[in-house]
Ligand binder design. Structure first.
Ligand SMILES: *Cc1c(COP(=O)(O)O)cnc(C)c1O
Length: 404
């Protein structure tokens, strides 16, 4: 069977427009296409491939676990899911864990849990969910409605109600809508898809104080910022503002689909038997793999290396921003960085991303005006330097061609 990039248009839903290449393999931070061309990968599968492509650690644990127990459903307890939960219990202050297959499902569960908690304790009236403009929480209908980008939720019929949006980093706007009906406030510590926008210093602490002043829960969506991406195991640790519920996914499985909801024993107790569930969520194969990933990425040694690489990356990106008229500034946290396009080039991120493919470097976008950089957490420093050199060269040529 002859498979090319054109095959995509013949057999797939057209909701993606993949770059003009067909990937066939990956190792570490390098991807190879069907023509044998190689690319330095600064996307890591959208902040998923924590240890790069096909790491030995996953080869080993998947081989072993695939001969031991792959799936058994949650009607049975199994050793591997519980090992992951116990490991998270050791490495975070949270007490109870629920496993799912994706970020959207983690947020869906967290939002349902917050609603149920408020319903049980304060009654049906307490149902308002406050979220922030430009936030992204996934593509199920509830999470996409809670997300702060109407373009993703419009056109699908009536939306789930009692969802309120206010501008991010605007505490006064939040005060305006906060009430006794508020059941939860949900935020990303650094908005990812929305444009790599970090919370301003002090903002998250004020949000938590406001949430608790009306007995609402604070949910942090760390689907993207979690799992060592920002240089701490979870990004809330930078501010010290611990949420009531934390959700994560992306990097936790290092390339395998897993998400998690973490909270206290008291809050978790409101998800009693039958209230929620998942067939695949937390299956033994994925949990065995995630346990190994988690052990690796949570060590002090690993985290300090992430921070070293992040320092190098931001220095290199700042050099690019200083030199290129296309780039206004660099912003982000750890190994989640954004090159913010100058105002005149707003909306061009996708075009520039595609242009850079010709230089052998793969980046992401975050909205129309930010190039997002999220390499494997263990990318070599030499590869980071090389990738940034390719970006610099690409941007220079792009400017020349477009007479910027
Ligand atoms: C990617 C992402 C999601 C959605 O995760 P999926 O695994 O695609 O469902 C939710 N929240 C944030 C912050 C994300 O970055």
């Amino acid at each position: 069977m002859k498979i090319t990039r054109a095959t995509f248009d013949e057999c797939m839903f057209p909701c993606y427009t993949p770059l003009d290449l067909l990937l066939v393999k990956g190792k570490g931070a390098v991807l190879t296409d069907s023509e044998g061309r190689t690319y330095l990968d600064l996307t890591a599968g959208i902040a998923v491939n924590s240890l790069g492509h096909c790491p030995k650690l996953l080869n080993k644990v998947l081989k072993k676990q695939s001969r031991t127990l792959i799936h058994c459903s949650n009607i049975f307890a199994n050793k591997y899911t519980l090992t992951l939960a116990k490991t998270l219990q050791e490495k975070t202050p949270f007490e109870r864990f629920f496993f799912v297959n994706s970020g959207a499902e983690a947020n869906e569960a967290a939002l349902k849990l917050a609603r149920r908690y408020a319903f049980d304790k304060y009654g049906a009236e307490k149902a308002d969910i406050i979220s922030f403009s430009h936030s992204f929480h996934g593509r199920t209908f509830f999470t996409v409605t809670v997300g702060g980008q109407d373009k993703y939720s419009d056109g699908f019929g009536p939306k789930p109600g009692a969802v309120i949006h206010v501008p991010f980093n605007d505490i006064e706007a939040l005060k305006q809508v906060l009430s006794d009906k508020t059941c939860a406030i949900i935020a990303e510590p650094v908005q990812g898809e929305g444009g790599i926008i970090p919370a301003e210093p002090g903002f998250l602490a004020q949000v938590k104080e406001l949430a608790h002043s009306v007995n609402a829960l604070l949910i942090f969506d760390e689907v993207q910022t979690g799992n060592a991406r920002t240089g701490k195991l979870y990004a809330w640790e930078h501010s010290g503002v611990q949420p009531d519920i934390l959700t994560t996914a992306k990097g936790l499985g290092g390339g395998l689909p897993i998400g998690a909801v973490m909270t206290s024993a008291e809050i978790a107790s409101h998800f009693g038997p039958g209230t929620h569930g998942s067939t695949f969520g937390g299956n033994p194969l994925i949990c065995a793999a995630a346990t190994e990933i988690l052990k690796e990425i949570s060590s002090d040694k690993f985290l300090s290396k992430v921070n070293e690489r992040a320092e190098l990356l931001t220095a290199e990106l700042n050099k690019i921003a200083d030199k290129s008229p296309l780039i206004a500034k660099v912003r982000g946290l750890g190994l989640l960085q954004g090159l913010v396009l100058a105002e005149e080039y707003a909306g061009k991120a996708g075009e520039i991303q595609r242009f850079l493919v010709n230089y052998g470097v793969l980046c992401l976008t975050a909205g129309g005006s930010v190039l997002r950089i999220a390499p494997p957490l263990n990318i070599k420093k030499s590869q980071l330097r090389q990738a940034c050199a390719k970006i610099a060269e690409g941007l220079e040529d792009y400017s020349r061609i477009h007479q910027i």
